[in-house]
Design a protein around this ligand. Structure first.
Ligand SMILES: [Zn+2]
Length: 196
């Protein structure tokens, strides 16, 4: 996370090494395939996809790759030719759970020392599921001490449920990565940018 710092073309071109020249991947509808983590390919994968004719080149870097047979500006944004449906169910992972809860404690909204809490404790039959696991700071976790929220006099600021992919993507827009190439801006809509 951090301040959005677009790369500038005035600086000397970074070397063609791994990790440089990441390429933003858009779905066939020109929406980012994924916001968080942002869908990116290495320049090697992007070049491969161009030659396999799987993508349209939308924008490019000024760096050029050359070999005996080809000369190609590195793509900075590509769009898939085949649409990938986005209605799949999000996986129940630690990351997605933190993302659903906005990387903050559901009891006090603190973003610090996040842990997981069983809303209904396991020993009272509470399950490890979207509906019963929430992000909680370690202070609140300690205070709750294996009791149900009511017993501990604590309240959740939202009712935990399984999020849709769209809800997670909307959350992801609030947490931009530290690096964004300027050619990506037309395809990204970060909520934090709108609030600034
Ligand atoms: Zn808390």
């Amino acid at each position: 996370m951090g301040i959005i710092q677009p790369a500038t073309f005035d600086a000397p071109l970074p070397p063609l090494t791994d990790g440089n020249y990441p390429c933003l991947i858009l779905n066939a509808d020109y929406q980012p395939l994924n916001y968080f983590p942002l869908s990116l390919w290495s320049w090697q994968d992007a070049v491969k996809a161009v030659f396999l004719d799987r993508v349209h080149i939308v924008d490019q870097y000024s760096q050029i790759v050359r070999s005996a047979k080809l000369e190609l500006p590195l793509p900075s944004v590509v769009a898939l030719k085949d649409y990938i449906p986005q209605n799949r169910t999000p996986a129940f992972t630690r990351f997605n759970l933190f993302l659903r809860d906005g990387f903050s404690c559901v009891y006090c909204s603190s973003p610090d020392e996040l842990t997981f809490d069983h809303v209904i404790p396991r020993r009272q039959g509470g399950k490890t599921s979207w509906k019963n696991i929430v992000a909680a700071c370690s202070k609140c976790n300690l205070k709750k001490g294996g009791r149900a929220p009511g017993e501990a006099g604590m309240q959740l600021n939202q009712t935990p449920k399984r999020p849709s992919v769209f809800e997670l993507q909307a959350q992801g827009r609030r947490f931009p990565p530290g690096y964004l190439h300027e050619s990506w801006f037309d395809y990204l809509y970060w909520d934090v940018e709108l609030q600034a």
